[in-house]
Write a protein that binds this ligand. Structure first.
Ligand SMILES: C[C@H](N)C(=O)N[C@@H](CCCCN)C(=O)O
Length: 670
C-alpha cells in the first residue's frame, strides 16, 4: 500500500469500520428487497409463477453482469471510492422507485384496493430494478477490494480477518432483512384502502441503502484511495485479440508451432503479461461448468419461496411467512462456516484425505443436487396432500349442498332456492383463507371483523368471500341492536363457510351456535419440511462458494485478482440465465419433475467438472511472477554484461585501429 493509514484501532485501520457497516446496510437493502420480490410480482403485479420466476432470475443475472462494468469504471476512470459513491446513489434511487411502484393508492382511482393502471407500476418497478442491478453489481467488486486496499503489506493477518468479518456482515445483513421485510410485507397499509404493504417492505431497504451511502461518505477522510491504474481488463482483451490475430496470420505450416496459442502475442506484449493471462485463462476454463450450481442455488428466492406459500407456517406460537424461510440460509451460513473451518476440514485432514479446493467445490455441487431432490420430495408431498384435499372438497361439498338444499327448501321462498355456484374450488392465494357466511335466520345479519366487513346478509343468503390472514379472528354478528361474538383460528390456504342457524340467540357470544364447514382444508405440509433442502443447499454454498472465492483469489496473478472476481461473479449471472432457458424449454407440467431435472443436470455437470479438476495443477502465481521478474533481471544482467563486453571489444578494436593508424602515420612520416 502506498499511502499511510491515519488512525488504527487494535491494529486495524479505523476506515474499515465504515466499509463493513456500509456492506451490512447494502446487503440488508439487497436481500430485503429480493426476499419479497417474487411475491410482489405474483400478488401485486398479478403475474403468474413462470413470469415471476423469469423476471426474478433476469434481475439476479443482471446484478451479476454489472460487476464487470463496475470494475472497468473503477480501474480505468473513477477509482473505487468515487465509483462506490456514484453507483450507490443510482442504487438508492432504484430502491426508492421500487417502494413508490408498490403504492397501490397512486393509481387506485376507484378505491377498491387494486391498482387501476398496472402499466405505471410495472414500468416504474422495472426501471427501479434496472437501477438497483446497476448499483449493486457495479459496487460489488469495488467494496471488498477497497476494504482490502486499506491494509498495509505487513497486515496480512488483519486483512484475512477483515474478509471473514466482511462475509459475516453480508450474511448478518441478509439474515436480518429476510426476517424483517416479509413481516413488513404482511402488514396491511394504504391511504384509501388497505393492501399488503409491499411499499414498506421496499421502503425500509431503500432507507438502509441511504444509510449505507451516508456511512460510507462519513468515513471519507480516513480512506486510503488508490488511483485508478489503467484498465487491466482492456489490456487482457487486447493481448488475447492480438494473439488470435497473429496466430491466424501465421496459420501456414511454414511457421513453427508455439507451445501455447497465447505465445503468438510475444511479438507485441510483455512475457509476464502473457504468462499472467495464461494463468487466468486456465482458471476461467475451469469455471465453464460452474454456472449450473448458481442455477440451483438462486432458486431459493423464487421457486422455493413459491413452494413455501403452499405450506403451513405455524411453528408453535410463531408464524413464519413463506419469504421468511429464506433466513434459514444466512442462519446456517453463520453456523456452518465456523464449524466447517474449525471441525470438519481439520478432521478430514487428520484422516489423511487431501480435501483440495476443487474437491470441496465438487462436493458442494453434489450437495446442491441433493437439496433439489429434497425439494422434489416436498413438492410431491404437497401435490399428494392437495389431491386428497380436492377429493375431500368434492365429497364434502356434495354433502354440503345436499344439506343446504334441505335448509333452503324448508325455510326459503322458491325465488331464493338456488345454492350459489361461484364457490371457491382452488386454494386462496398467499396463504390467505377465504371465508363466507350463510344466514339461516329470518332477519338480516351483519358480520364484521376489524379487517373486513361481510356486509348485510339477507335471510337465507350467502355473503361474498372475504380473504383473511392466518391466526385467531373474532367475528361480530349484528342483527338490529343485538350482537354477539364468534372466534376461531385459521391456518394457511383454507376456505370455510359458516352457518348462522335460525335458532341463533344473541348474547355475549354465539360460539356454540355457529357451525363451520371446512370447504378447503388449510395447507397441511409443514414449512419445516423445507429445512433439509435449505441445509443441503447451504452446506453446498459453504463448500462451493466460500471455497470458490478463495480459489479464485489464490490462483489469480497479482494484478488480475479483480478480473477473476468479475469472472467468478459472471458465473452467477450465467447460472440465472440458465434457469430461464431450462424452465422455458422444459415446460414440465409438474414442479417436482422440474426440480429433479435441475438436480440431474447438476450431477451431470459435476461429473464433467470433477474430470476437469483432476487435470488441473495448482499454481502459486506469486512464485511464477517472481521467476519471470528474476529472468528479466538476469536477462538485463546478461545484456549489461554483453554490452560491457562489446564495449570493451569495440574499444580494443578502436585502440588497435588507432595503433595501426599511428604506425601507418609513423611509416609515412619516416
Ligand atoms: C447471503 C448468502 N449466503 C451470501 O453469502 N451471499 C454472498 C455471495 C453471493 C453469491 C451469489 N449468489 C453475497 O455476496 O451476497
Amino acid at each position: 500500500m502506498a499511502g499511510t493509514i491515519n488512525k488504527e484501532v487494535c491494529g486495524y485501520p479505523l476506515s474499515i469500520f465504515f466499509i463493513v457497516v456500509n456492506e451490512f446496510c447494502e446487503r440488508f437493502s439487497y436481500y430485503g428487497m429480493r426476499a419479497v420480490l417474487v411475491l410482489y410480482f405474483k400478488y401485486f403485479l398479478r403475474w403468474d409463477d413462470d413470469l415471476a420466476t423469469s423476471i426474478y432470475h433476469t434481475f439476479v443475472a443482471l446484478c451479476y453482469l454489472t460487476p464487470i462494468l463496475g470494475a472497468i469504471v473503477a480501474d480505468s476512470w473513477l477509482g473505487k471510492f468515487k465509483t462506490i459513491i456514484y453507483l450507490s446513489i443510482v442504487y438508492a434511487i432504484g430502491q426508492v422507485a421500487m417502494a413508490v411502484s408498490a403504492i397501490h393508492d397512486i393509481t387506485d382511482t376507484d378505491r377498491d384496493g387494486t391498482p387501476d393502471n398496472m402499466t405505471f407500476h410495472v414500468v416504474l418497478s422495472m426501471v427501479g430494478l434496472f437501477l438497483i442491478a446497476l448499483g449493486t453489481g457495479g459496487i460489488k467488486p469495488c467494496v471488498a477490494a477497497f476494504g482490502g486496499d486499506q491494509f498495509s503489506d505487513h497486515q496480512d493477518r488483519q486483512r484475512r480477518t477483515f474478509f471473514s468479518v466482511f462475509y459475516l456482515c453480508i450474511n448478518g445483513g441478509s439474515l436480518l432483512s429476510t426476517i424483517i421485510t416479509p413481516i413488513l410485507r404482511a402488514q396491511d397499509c394504504g391511504i384509501h384502502s388497505q393492501q399488503k404493504c409491499y411499499s414498506l417492505a421496499f421502503g425500509v431497504p431503500a432507507a438502509l441503502m441511504l444509510v449505507a451511502l451516508v456511512v460510507f461518505i462519513v468515513g471519507s477522510g480516513m480512506y486510503y484511495k488508490a488511483e485508478p491504474q489503467g484498465n487491466i481488463m482492456l489490456d487482457v482483451c487486447k493481448c488475447i485479440g492480438f494473439a488470435i490475430k497473429n496466430r491466424y496470420r501465421h496459420r501456414s505450416n511454414q511457421y513453427p508451432k508455439r507451445q501455447h496459442w497465447m505465445d503468438w502475442a510475444e511479438e507485441k506484449y510483455d512475457k509476464l503479461l502473457i504468462a499472467q493471462i495464461k494463468m487466468v485463462l486456465k482458471v476461467l476454463f475451469l469455471y465453464i461448468p460452474l454456472p449450473m450450481f448458481w442455477t440451483l442455488f438462486d432458486q431459493k428466492g423464487s421457486r422455493w419461496t413459491l413452494q413455501a406459500t403452499t405450506m403451513n407456517g405455524y411453528f408453535g406460537s410463531l408464524v413464519i411467512q413463506p419469504d421468511q424461510m429464506q433466513t434459514v440460509n444466512p442462519i446456517l451460513i453463520l453456523t456452518l462456516v465456523p464449524i466447517m473451518d474449525s471441525v470438519i476440514y481439520p478432521l478430514i485432514n487428520k484422516c489423511g484425505l487431501n480435501f483440495t479446493p476443487l474437491k470441496r467445490m465438487t462436493v458442494g455441487m453434489l450437495l446442491a443436487a441433493i437439496a433439489f431432490v429434497c425439494a422434489a420430495l416436498v413438492q410431491i408431498e404437497i401435490d399428494v396432500s392437495r389431491k386428497q384435499l380436492l377429493y375431500l372438497f368434492i365429497s364434502s361439498s356434495h354433502f354440503y349442498f345436499f344439506f343446504l338444499n334441505l335448509i333452503f327448501r324448508k325455510h326459503c321462498p322458491p325465488s331464493h332456492q338456488h345454492p350459489r355456484t361461484d364457490d371457491i374450488t382452488s386454494k386462496p392465494q398467499e396463504g390467505n383463507n377465504a371465508i363466507r357466511f350463510v344466514n339461516g335466520m329470518k332477519t338480516a345479519v351483519n358480520v364484521s371483523i376489524p379487517a373486513a366487513n361481510f356486509g348485510l346478509i339477507e335471510p337465507f343468503s350467502y355473503s361474498n368471500y372475504s380473504l383473511i390472514k392466518n391466526g385467531k379472528v373474532t367475528f361480530t354478528l349484528w342483527s338490529g341492536s343485538q350482537s354477539c361474538e364468534y372466534s376461531t383460528d385459521f391456518g394457511f390456504g383454507s376456505s370455510y363457510t359458516f352457518f348462522i342457524p335460525s335458532t341463533l340467540v344473541f348474547g355475549p357470544n354465539c360460539q356454540e351456535s355457529i357451525t363451520a364447514a371446512e370447504d378447503i382444508k388449510p395447507n397441511s405440509v409443514h414449512m419445516a419440511l423445507q429445512i433439509p433442502q435449505y441445509f443441503f443447499i447451504t452446506a453446498g454454498e459453504v463448500m462451493f462458494s466460500v471455497t470458490g472465492l478463495e480459489f479464485s483469489y489464490s490462483q489469480a496473478p497479482s494484478n488480475m485478482k479483480a478480473v477473476l472476481q468479475a469472472g467468478w461473479l459472471f458465473t452467477v449471472a450465467i447460472g440465472n440465465f440458465i434457469v430461464l432457458i431450462v424452465a422455458e424449454l422444459a415446460k414440465l407440467p409438474k414442479q417436482w419433475a422440474e426440480y429433479v431435472l435441475f438436480a440431474s443436470l447438476l450431477v451431470a455437470v459435476c461429473f464433467i467438472f470433477s474430470i476437469m479438476a483432476y487435470f488441473y495443477t495448482y499454481i502459486d502465481p506469486a512464485e511464477i511472477e517472481a521467476q519471470f521478474k528474476k529472468n528479466v533481471n538476469e536477462d538485463d544482467e546478461d545484456n549489461k554484461h554483453k554490452l560491457q563486453k562489446t564495449e570493451v571489444e569495440m574499444n580494443k578494436r578502436d585502440s588497435i585501429k588507432c595503433h595501426d593508424e599511428d604506425d601507418k602515420d609513423k611509416q609515412t612520416k619516416m
